[in-house]
Design a protein around this ligand. Structure first.
Ligand SMILES: *Cc1c(COP(=O)(O)O)cnc(C)c1O
Length: 395
């Protein structure tokens, strides 16, 4: 598949053409190989396949041509040595961490994490003898102080959900590497187009492809990317435990990747316009958008992502009641906790995605009762501005 004779293309081109495996029929669009297994021409051929002497496919829990196309397209986009698709974003996170740590090891993670990632680090891995320390992701000194002799993995997400704090990936990577730990970045909010964790010094990148990569709210999928050596370990974990990516979902993701740059560009441009509207509205007390100059880490955000990306958080007057009023008054923007979708979606983190946390922990993370998180879609920006403006006026 690695055709070295062809030129290297820009990401937008790789996302349309990269990784294609054409069958004997020469189909234009990527084929969906909805097959669990493969027929061998002879018993000898089957033996060679199982021994690894012949690199062909054996079983779709191990590998599948449609899944391989998605993996190769993601690998090209990320500039990684290797990639493996997974059944969901959480399968990618679990696979990455399970491929690094063993009993007796220690993980350092930012405390502002996607809820299920926190579950793996705080509840699941400690049952198998893996200790952890959670730190304020913005504070490089806190990362430095948390490192121990047995720290093997560092896990972070940037921008964070839902408060859109920026973690300095290059800074944290330097600290982690000095301590001998691998850096895993959950790059969902930034998208692979705006932020390149491997180039910033990280070792492993994980995605929930369910979000911007599908971009049309259809399927769950994930992907883990890193060195060939690391992905070999991830592959062993996946093929024996089973959270492998289904060929159908991989096919949906392949088609999603083709339009990812168009969507992210539109979503980012619209997010900037919507953030400005929010920041100037009398019913909004705080607007968090990394692309605005008033974001406390605006410069770091520009250095790391080049723009403010597609997500906004804001706090309205009147706490939970005020936030519910605004959400309920929207007509175009839908109430849903997905993100990165073509449709603009709004959610109230305190009562949905972050309901599991105590009010004290929420407050310490900066998640107020009046906070709403907006995932900006690809609708005409004037319609979005009108919908949001009207809902805020009515609150
Ligand atoms: C959604 C999400 C996940 C989990 O992905 P699934 O595909 O839902 O399993 C992990 N991390 C972040 C930041 C997410 O937004």
């Amino acid at each position: 598949m690695n055709d070295l004779s062809r030129p290297e293309w820009q990401p937008d081109t790789e996302l349309v053409h990269g990784g294609v495996l054409r069958s004997q029929f020469g189909e234009t669009s990527e084929a969906l190989f909805l097959t669990q297994g493969y027929v061998y021409p002879s018993a000898e051929a089957a033996e060679a396949r199982f021994k690894g002497d012949d690199p062909g496919f054996v079983y779709s829990r191990y590998a599948n041509p449609t899944v391989a196309m998605f993996e190769e397209r993601m690998r090209l986009l990320e500039g990684a040595e290797a990639a493996r698709g997974t059944a969901s974003g959480m399968a990618a996170v679990a696979t990455a961490l399970m491929s690094i740590v063993s009993a007796g090891d220690h993980i350092v993670a930012a405390k502002a994490l996607f809820g299920s990632c926190l579950y793996i680090i705080e509840d699941l891995l400690p049952r198998f003898g893996v200790a952890y320390t959670l730190v304020d992701g913005k504070d490089l000194d806190a990362w430095r102080k948390a490192m121990r002799e047995n720290t093997r993995a560092v896990f972070l997400e940037s921008p964070t959900n839902p408060t859109l704090e920026i973690v300095d990936i290059a800074g944290v990577s330097k600290i982690a590497h000095e301590a001998g730990a691998l850096v895993v970045v959950d790059n969902v909010f930034a998208t692979p187009l705006l932020q390149r964790p491997l180039q910033l010094g990280a070792d492993v990148v994980v995605y929930s492809a369910t979000k911007h990569i599908d971009g049309q709210g259809r399927c769950l999928a994930g992907v883990v990317l890193g060195t060939s050596e690391f992905i070999e370990k991830a592959h062993t974990f996946l093929k024996h435990t089973g959270p492998s990516l289904s060929p159908f979902n991989a096919w949906v993701m392949l088609k999603g990747l083709e339009t990812l740059p168009l969507r992210v560009e539109r979503q980012t441009a619209s997010a900037a316009r919507l953030a400005d509207l929010l920041a100037s509205h009398r019913n909004v007390t705080r607007t968090l958008y990394p692309g605005r100059k008033d974001h406390p880490q605006h410069e770091l955000a520009l250095r790391q992502m080049g723009s403010g990306a597609t997500m906004i958080a804001f706090e309205v007057k009147g706490g939970k009641e005020g936030a519910f009023k605004v959400a309920n008054a929207l007509r175009l923007i839908k109430i849903s906790n997905n993100l990165g979708d073509a449709k603009s979606l709004i959610t109230h983190p305190a009562t949905t995605t972050h309901q599991r946390l105590t009010p004290e922990v929420r407050a310490s993370l900066g998640i107020g009762e009046g906070m709403l998180r907006l995932s900006v879609g690809i609708e005409a920006v004037d319609d979005l501005l009108a919908d949001l403006g009207r809902a805020l006026d009515a609150a």
